[in-house]
Design a protein. Structure first.
Length: 159
């Protein structure tokens, strides 16, 4: 992998911020987010971490707080009792199907970033807005699936 030393574009900053916020929401480490973004942008994880901490984190303070609240809310919803209900083998395929859909949507999102990161610089503002709207729709779908899975798991625990 070659490393870049050019200036960061707004689209790259947006990719970094969205990825870090998603990782915070999902309870993953920021370092893993830096690794993912670094791979997508041909930059080192350290460069991504520096960019986030030196330039972007302050701008996204409210979004970070919301992501942490979202993670806490999700964690609170999935707290198990001392004796969690055993999920029967017949219920596994349904949960696996949800996980597969989420994985496919996240793969689509990843493909979107891989394909469009360099072409976004050449596109006009209208095209960028359309792509951002599509990305927001994909992220909402993923969030909705996470909520549904949490609800299904919670319902299975209470049976």
């Amino acid at each position: 992998m070659s490393t870049r030393q050019d200036a960061w574009s707004k689209d790259e900053d947006l990719l970094l911020a969205e990825t870090v916020l998603r990782y915070i929401r999902e309870g993953k480490t920021q370092m893993k987010a830096f690794e993912e973004v670094g791979h997508r942008l041909s930059r080192t994880p350290q460069a991504c971490g520096f960019r986030w901490n030196a330039n972007l984190r302050k701008q996204y303070r409210q979004a970070i707080d919301l992501a942490k609240q979202s993670r806490k809310k999700l964690n609170d919803q999935t707290v198990f009792t001392s004796q969690p209900k055993q999920i029967s083998p017949s219920e596994y395929p349904r949960l696996q199907a949800f996980d597969e859909v989420i994985n496919q949507l996240e793969q689509l999102k990843g493909d979107y970033y891989k394909r469009d990161t360099h072409t976004l610089r050449q596109s006009d503002g209208l095209h960028n807005d359309e792509l951002r709207q599509q990305l927001a729709q994909y992220e909402k779908i993923i969030d909705d699936f996470y909520e549904k899975i949490t609800e299904v798991k919670r319902n299975l625990q209470h049976k």
